[in-house]
Design a protein around this ligand. Structure first.
Ligand SMILES: NC(=O)c1ccc[n+]([C@@H]2O[C@H](COP(=O)([O-])OP(=O)(O)OC[C@H]3O[C@@H](n4cnc5c(N)ncnc54)[C@H](O)[C@@H]3O)[C@@H](O)[C@H]2O)c1
Length: 366
């Protein structure tokens, strides 16, 4: 899963030298403490805007998810980090993604829902600008799929999807009720050369390890993870370069929305920097491209004509993919704050092959 890793790198570069010339601090923590807590009684919209204009112009950013370990049950410690570092923006990436979530629903509920409540409270109490990512997994089989608009039926069937809808609604509620500066983007599938795709169980064990979760041998992990479904679009590049053969678990005509990691991170920074008056809503779809395995394979074969692609359909994965958006309507993001993607399918393929090809050459040389 590439987003946390990539953002922590890019945030350091981009925010250390932003257009405003300021010198923000980026603090990134993982395993933040989450415990039930109420918004300070008597809080109102004005108290949530206690951060001065100059402070929001010179953001100090806390990213949850990577790097530093903090006591997972220590809300006080989280607050200390915010106060001691004079944090003004909070980017909340911590989450249990779908596979781990389905394997341990109580933990997913704690991290994704109770955790989100704590983040909302911290952000509200300290007047922080808050970003929380959502996902195509926040939609379900009854949502319109092609295109999927910002506002439509959302009835996901995973705890991950449900928790993300909850995050969208709670953030918007805190914005309307208390004036919290909540901003949310629904990411499509994120593609990065800086991630190690795998199939089913392997990915989930990696996810468990990353999240410091119990990886008991008897833990019956589900075979499918929503994010992993998109990994075919990463795996194909590794296989094309290393073996020249790729077996796809989805039907050749399964269309899903996708985005290269650089666009995802730029969108996140842009929506955080957007003047509040440009935002007609607080949760936006963003998109870059939408393609099928067959279209992706054809594009890769333009560079590597010997690539052999076969299809071994996994019915469970296929059923989940068939319940997801095929195409995101992100026209509101484009109109309101000028979202524009840089990477389309040919550029994505070229970039991924360049990265993975050079990594492979380095590995062979070593
Ligand atoms: N990768 C994608 O394609 C994609 C798509 C849509 C949305 N997102 C969202 O982006 C965010 C980052 O996703 P990612 O792909 O980098 O996943 P990831 O699994 O790499 O990152 C999640 C992070 O949360 C941390 N975490 C888990 N439990 C925690 C706890 N109790 N306290 C604190 N931190 C904890 C993990 O250590 C991990 O670093 C998530 O919120 C995810 O929902 C990702």
């Amino acid at each position: 899963m590439p987003v946390v890793r990539a953002l922590s790198k890019v945030a350091k570069q981009a925010l250390l030298a932003p257009a405003c010339g300021c010198q923000p601090l980026t603090v990134a923590i993982r395993n933040i403490s989450f415990s039930p807590r109420q918004v300070t009684s008597g809080s109102d919209a004005s108290s949530f805007h206690s951060v001065s204009f100059s402070e929001t112009d010179h953001p100090k950013v806390l990213i949850t998810g990577p790097f530093i370990y903090s006591d997972i049950l220590d809300y006080k410690n989280l607050r200390e980090i915010v106060v001691n570092n004079r944090i003004t923006w909070l980017v909340h990436y911590s989450a249990l993604l779908s596979a781990v979530g389905e394997a341990n629903v109580p933990l997913a509920r704690a991290v994704n829902i109770t955790g989100l409540h704590n983040i909302l409270d911290i952000a509200a109490e300290h007047g922080l600008r808050l970003f929380v990512p959502s996902t195509i997994g926040a939609f379900g089989p009854t949502s319109p799929r092609n295109p999927t608009p910002d506002l439509c039926v959302q009835r996901p069937r995973t705890i991950y999807g449900v928790s993300k809808v909850h995050a969208e609604l709670m953030g918007e509620y805190y914005h309307h009720r208390y004036g919290l500066d909540f901003r949310c983007l629904r990411y499509p599938g994120i593609i990065s050369a800086d991630s190690q795709p795998g199939g089913g169980t392997t990915d989930m064990l990696i996810a468990c390890t990353n999240a410091s979760l119990p990886c008991e041998p008897h833990l019956r992990l589900p075979k499918v993870t929503c994010e992993n479904l998109k990994n075919y679009a990463v795996q194909i590049f590794h296989d094309a370069v290393k073996t020249g053969k790729f077996e796809c678990n989805l039907k050749p005509d399964t269309r899903l929305p996708m985005m290269y990691i650089d666009d995802c991170l730029r969108a996140t920074l842009e929506v955080m920097e957007a003047p509040a008056e440009t935002l007609s809503m607080r949760t936006y779809n963003i998109n870059a491209m939408s393609f099928t395995p067959e279209e992706l394979a054809n594009e890769v074969q333009k560079q590597l004509p010997d690539l052999q692609v076969s299809y071994e359909i996994d019915s469970v994965r296929q059923a989940i993919a068939d319940s997801w958006p095929m195409n995101f309507d992100d026209s509101n993001a484009r109109t309101d704050w000028g979202w524009k993607h840089d990477y389309d399918l040919p550029e994505l393929v070229q970039t991924m092959l360049n990265f993975i090809g050079s990594d492979t050459r380095v590995a062979q040389a070593n």
